[in-house]
Design a protein around this ligand. Sequence first.
Ligand SMILES: [Zn+2]
Length: 354
Amino acid sequence: MRLAPAALLLLLATASAAQTLPRDTVAIPDTAWLEIHIVDVGQGDAIWIRTWDDGVPGNGRFDGRNITIDGGPNGSDGSNSFLKYIRERARPDTRFDAVIVSHPHDDHYPGALGVLRHYEVCNYYDGDTPNGSRFNQFLGTVRAERCNGQPIQLHRGRANFGTPDWGSELRAELLWGAPIDPTGMGSGGTLINNGSLVIKLTYGTQSFLFMGDAEGKERDDPPGTPRYAEARLLSDSVTESRLKSTVLKIAHHGSETSSTLPFIRAVDPEFLVVSSGREAYSGTFLPDRSTLQRYCTHNPQIRIYRTDQNDAAEGRSAATDNDGDHIVIRTNGKRTEIRALSADQPWMASACIP
Ligand SMILES: [Zn+2]
């Protein structure tokens, strides 16, 4: 049978489309669960991401990759609840493809030392923001790391992030991060927060946005007008269009200095994850109730999960707030499930409670 030229063209177009499938359209089996563990480290962020392993080495997908974002405040092994959590669940020969530090503040990077000390780490990512001698010491440990007999690969600064290969089934994008033009970005700790690496992961139809401590306003500003990192993300059409996500790891521990209304509308998350503890900042604990209320008002169906779950009622202090309020997210690319613990016991989010 002779094909009409139009039909032939259609066949060719179909064939070439199949060869150039974008990486996030790789078929994901229903059992291929990607896990994201938001570990209770008290005040701070500590995130461990584990991709599914199909047991077939070298096929470029489903290779059981391990990635961390931050590690919490405790650098010494004895008090490092991030390290403890990973050691209880990972095989001893686990290799970390990426250790990422969102920004060099004390509630984010020190806990990553545990991963560097006890596991091979192949790649390190940060915003190349200097922050004194303690962080320099940490970087010394990073630079001495070896993976598979080779020196660790350093990806420092936004321009050097590249396109991480954590398997063709997982799309990773850096939407924002240092170095940044400091104009209008505040000073001191605010400027460092605003240089946080903002990372989006997409797995099938499900997506996950990690904000670090990027800010959107001053505490006393009204929430309608974004400033700082949120303003930049929203003013760029590419990053603005990429904000929509299934799960949002809320910025800056749920502080009133983040989550402006236009930002909430753009992300429009189904699930909100808050990593925080019982550290008082000028008498204020994070998250701010007003911040969470904005998400509940935007979407009363939203589910909020917190690593400081029940900590106030339990009388926890900054010394005792890493009490097993872990959040385990899993997705097979079609749906997302969240299992939350409070003091190591299962806990269900039933309604939007700010
Ligand atoms: Zn922080």
